[in-house]
Design a protein around this ligand. Structure first.
Ligand SMILES: *[C@@H]1O[C@H](CO)[C@@H](O)[C@H](O)[C@H]1NC(C)=O
Ligand SMILES: *[C@@H]1O[C@H](CO)[C@@H](O)[C@H](O)[C@H]1NC(C)=O
Ligand SMILES: *[C@@H]1O[C@H](CO)[C@@H](O)[C@H](O)[C@H]1NC(C)=O
Length: 458
């Protein structure tokens, strides 16, 4: 018997996803002469074109002028030589702890950067990916020292003026972000990780990189807010500022949290942002037209110089996620469908980044069935006997996606019982309900179970 079922008194009710039809006018896209846009070149797929072809395509057929890699693949780095396209590489998480060893860091620069620089325009090295969300304490503790060591290695190679160092974060680093002006970093990480990190970034003039995903934060009620469509907005009663879209609210939350620690001057870069063009049935707002609408508006927004309510008159270096659909990614269907392009380099939709010579293929109208029938209610709970470490990972994964974990944070309605088991059950159920209630949405590496008994009313 899972004791958790007995003690929950908070509400686990998550509003059901309702279906409605959206009519989205197709817009004729035009590219402003100054549009500057980055994309994440993820490669978790077995059908991608050769890097050389990708580099040629980006250079000649699109206005994309920045890419971010999730590793430092030498073949890709060679392919982008002499293109002028700015390249950000990533040190994989598993190498972070080794980097604190200066000899290892120097070797890393000499193996992965120096053979390609300056012919390949490497501008930044990201150390790890969303390290705080991994909940791996060793990794988290060594993150800043690893970055410092890598920076020292760059100095020895005289590359530190040309190549920046940073590390990207999910919005799971925030404990609270409503209203934006009240946002804080999660307690514990604020002073022990983020403060030293921001201080280091300031000292080397590198940006703070965050991955805001309105896609993981919207509900049927806030779809217009997430999509930059006309809506009543969100008034921040403390700052008296009106938010008309979720992107602004998310960035200003990050800004407020930084400001609270005294680092409002550190630049913010949007490391990943995107919207899938296909999902599992029943998820409103997931289709080709909506993905095109969102990404197009993001590109326009970050280049407009409008900025956000707390950061007016600014542009943001931004990387759309992602270049390609990635067929080897796990999780819900949407995970494999964030791409702007198919593996044959035809656009799934255009967001105004194609050069005029490239014809847009008609976005396919997706004739998939409109979703599951509303069957009996189901909840995702933790499997009895699941290991605490695994359950903590589930919490960090779900909350790291930016789903609303406030109820299980101190002061929240579901904070008690304050155990990893109870909190993970809440988070896992939140994910399951949000992602479309598929069996695989409650798998969590075999630590979740679906139940027909409402765990919140027992
Ligand atoms: C484009 O760049 C020019 C020159 O750098 C600048 O004067 C102009 O304001 C920019 N336009 C936009 C829309 O950013
Ligand atoms: C530090 O890194 C170097 C180069 O990779 C390696 O030879 C050495 O054994 C490492 N030292 C420690 C203490 O791990
Ligand atoms: C932002 O730009 C507007 C219009 O140019 C100007 O009126 C305003 O003072 C600027 N705000 C800041 C904070 O620079």
């Amino acid at each position: 018997m899972n004791y958790m079922l007995l003690f929950f008194s908070c509400s686990w009710v998550i509003s059901p996803i309702s279906m409605f039809t959206m009519v989205v006018a197709l817009i004729i896209f035009s590219t402003g002469a100054n549009a500057s846009i980055g994309v994440n070149y993820g490669t978790l797929a077995n059908n991608l074109p050769p890097p050389r072809q990708v580099a040629e395509f980006l250079l000649h057929s699109t206005v994309i002028n920045r890419i971010r890699l999730f590793d430092a693949d030498p073949q890709i780095l060679r392919a982008f030589a002499h293109t002028g396209i700015a390249v950000t590489v990533t040190v994989p998480n598993h190498q972070i702890t080794h980097l604190t060893n200066l000899s290892f860091a120097e070797q890393w620069i000499s193996d992965h950067i120096q053979p390609h620089f300056p012919s390949t325009n490497i501008i930044r090295i990201l150390v790890g990916n969303e390290v705080i969300s991994t909940a791996n304490h060793l990794l988290i503790r060594t993150l800043v020292p690893a970055m410092q060591s890598l920076h020292t290695a760059l100095v020895s190679a005289s590359l530190h003026r040309r190549i920046q160092i940073s590390t990207p974060h999910s919005l799971g680093i925030l404990s609270d972000s409503t209203p934006p002006s009240s946002a804080k970093f999660r307690q514990g990480y604020d002073t022990h990780v983020l403060k030293p990190l921001l201080s280091f970034l300031r000292s080397i003039a590198s940006p703070f990189v965050v991955n805001p995903y309105p896609f993981f934060g919207y509900s049927p009620d806030t779809l217009d807010f997430a999509l930059f469509r006309p809506n009543q907005g969100l008034l921040d009663h403390d700052s008296k500022l009106l938010y008309t879209n979720m992107f602004d609210a998310q960035l200003d939350s990050v800004y407020s949290a930084m400001d609270r620690l005294g680092f409002s001057d550190v630049e913010i870069v949007v490391g990943e942002i995107g919207w899938p063009s296909e999902g599992d049935g029943g998820q409103i707002g997931v289709d080709v037209a909506t993905a095109a609408e969102f990404n197009k508006k993001v590109v326009a927004r970050v280049n407009s110089g409008i900025g956000t309510p707390l950061m007016p008159n600014r542009t943001f270096e931004t990387y759309i996620f992602a270049l390609f659909n990635e067929n080897l990614k796990s999780g819900p269907t949407s995970e494999r469908n964030f791409g702007l392009f198919r593996s044959d380099l035809t656009p799934i939709y255009d967001i105004g980044i194609l050069r005029p010579t490239v014809r847009t293929s008609n976005p396919e109208n997706n004739p998939r069935s409109p979703g599951r029938g509303s069957s009996g209610k189901r909840w995702c709970v933790t499997k009895s006997g699941a290991e605490t470490v695994a359950l903590q990972r589930n919490i960090d994964y779900v909350c790291g996606l930016g789903l609303d974990c406030r109820p299980i944070i101190k002061g929240g309605a579901c904070f008690f019982p304050n155990t990893v088991e109870a909190h993970s059950a809440y988070a896992m159920n939140l994910f399951y309900q949000t992602m479309g209630k598929h069996e695989f949405d409650c798998d969590f590496d075999k630590t979740g179970d679906i139940t027909a008994i409402n765990p919140s009313i027992h």
